[in-house]
Write a protein that binds this ligand. Structure first.
Ligand code: FES
Length: 169
C-alpha cells in the first residue's frame, strides 16, 4: 500500500517532469518557429554585394564569386557565405547566376569544357546561359542583377533563395 507522502512525491516528480518537458519543447520550438516566421516578419534588405575587381573576371569566362548573404539569420553561421556564377561576355557585359539549382537548391558546378552547369544532387544540367538542358530542374538558373562601380568593382544584388523561388514560380 502506498502512503500519502509517496503519492505526493510522485505527483511532485510528475509535475517537475512535465515542466522540464515543456521547457525542452520551448528551447527547441521557439527558434524553429522564429526561423519559419522570419521571412514573413522582416523582408531582407536589398544590398549590393561586392564580388571582386573587374580584372578577376576574364572576358569569355564563367567564374565563381563568393559573398556574404545580406540577410543571414543570427544562427546562420557558415551558411551565410554563398556564391554566384559570374559570366563575362565582353568588356561591360556581365551575367550573374545564382549558384543554387532551381530543383532543390544544391549548388551547381561549372564545366567549362562542356559549357554546362551540372547539379551533383539529381543530375540537373543547364546550358552556359542558365537555361535548363536536362534533368529535373523546373526553370533556368536564377539571374541576379550585376553592376560595375566607378572604381571597377563588380557587385551583385542577391536575393534569398526562398524569395527567388516564390518570384520565379
Ligand atoms: S537539386 Fe539539382 S537536380 Fe535536384
Amino acid at each position: 500500500m502506498q502512503s500519502e507522502s509517496e503519492l505526493t512525491r510522485r505527483q511532485f516528480l510528475g509535475r517537475v517532469s512535465l515542466a522540464l518537458s515543456g521547457l525542452a519543447a520551448a528551447v527547441v520550438g521557439v527558434p524553429i518557429i522564429a526561423y519559419l516566421l522570419s521571412p514573413l516578419l522582416q523582408p531582407p534588405p536589398e544590398e549590393w554585394r561586392d564580388v571582386g575587381p573587374v580584372e578577376n573576371f576574364p572576358i569569355g569566362a564563367t567564374v565563381e564569386a563568393a559573398y556574404d548573404d545580406p540577410s543571414p539569420l543570427p544562427w546562420a553561421g557558415q551558411t551565410a557565405r554563398t556564391a554566384v556564377w559570374l559570366r563575362r561576355g565582353s568588356e561591360t557585359d556581365f551575367t550573374a547566376f545564382g549558384v543554387n539549382c532551381t530543383h532543390l537548391g544544391c549548388p551547381v558546378n561549372w564545366l567549362a569544357d562542356a559549357d554546362l552547369f551540372m547539379c551533383p544532387c539529381h543530375g540537373g544540367v543547364y546550358y552556359g546561359d542558365g537555361n535548363v538542358a536536362g534533368g529535373p530542374p523546373p526553370r533556368p538558373l536564377t539571374r541576379l542583377a550585376v553592376r560595375v562601380t566607378d572604381d571597377q568593382r563588380v557587385q551583385v544584388l542577391p536575393r534569398p533563395l526562398t524569395q527567388t523561388i516564390v518570384r520565379s514560380a
